[in-house]
Design a binder for this molecule. Structure first.
Ligand code: ATP
Length: 249
């Protein structure tokens, strides 16, 4: 049996490592240790190799899915899309990135970033390959996906989108550059045809193998506002959080 040593390797400049950095998750994938941090710059994977036994670790590129959204609240379709991407694309981890200032939704009222961040943290816990990243919330002004993906220059990136979002991708800020950086994984969504999406996206896409789920955060908020149960639409912990903090009245 092979002996794997876990090692903490710093791959980022000192100033870019947050004070609260911590090695937050250690997961085993394909019999290898993949050590990841909830804070972005510390990311690496240690893969099995004779070199490890010889005391020389091999750094390997992390394959990261990025699932951005308003997450008001994060619901089961987000989680199932993240899970499907992880399994289907052999990702090392999936980063859930709540938007700070959703520029395409600026006319509607969005819950406080703090609530959305807390609900995102609760949604990813304790799944070792799901992480929440607050980089968009910490950034001032509008948040653009291209800038978010540029924050992970060392990773191989897969952008995870719902079919509705994929349809509009050519309206996004610097979309050509974005599509050069990322591969696309698209979750089917009721009412959006596959051909329509393939026609709208000028790049091959990976369709996620999951049932189309007719749930949106808008529906979940409306249910909560009407006093209807949102249990099982969201993680149990999020359901409690929404009640405790009266996020939706
Ligand atoms: P809202 O109803 O507030 O507009 P939403 O449910 O669409 O929200 P967002 O947080 O805006 O959720 O979406 C984040 C990402 O998840 C987007 O790419 C969106 O297309 C995708 N997504 C959301 N709901 C679904 C769903 N039911 N099926 C597939 N993808 C979804």
């Amino acid at each position: 049996e092979k002996r794997w040593e876990t090692q903490v390797l710093r791959t980022a400049p000192r100033q870019s490592i947050s004070r609260s950095e911590s090695m937050a998750a250690m997961s085993i994938r394909h019999g290898c240790w993949t050590a990841i941090s909830r804070k972005r710059p510390l990311h690496f994977a240690l893969f099995p190799s004779p070199a490890i036994d010889a005391g020389r670790p091999i750094l390997s590129i992390v394959k990261r899915g990025i699932l951005g959204g308003t997450f008001d609240p994060p619901h089961i379709a987000h989680l199932i899309a993240g899970e499907a991407s992880y399994r289907q694309l052999g990702l090392d981890l999936v980063s859930f990135v709540p938007a700070g200032d959703p520029w395409q939704k600026s006319d509607s009222s969005v819950s406080a970033a703090e609530h959305r961040w807390q609900m995102t943290l609760l949604s990813v816990d304790p799944i070792p390959y799901f992480v929440a990243d607050d980089l968009e919330i910490r950034r001032e002004g509008p948040t653009y996906t291209v800038e978010t993906v540029e924050a992970f220059p060392d990773d191989e990136l897969v952008l995870i989108l719902g079919a509705d979002a994929a349809l509009g991708i050519r309206s996004w800020h610097r979309w050509q550059e974005l599509l050069e950086i990322v591969d696309l994984a698209v979750a089917p969504r009721p009412g959006v045809g596959r051909h329509e999406v393939e026609h709208a996206v000028p790049k091959p896409i990976e369709w996620l193998d999951m049932a189309p789920i007719d749930v949106s955060a808008t529906d979940v908020r409306e249910r909560a506002r009407k006093g209807l149960s949102i249990r099982f639409y969201v993680r149990e912990s999020v359901w409690h959080y929404v009640q405790e903090h009266r996020v939706y009245g």
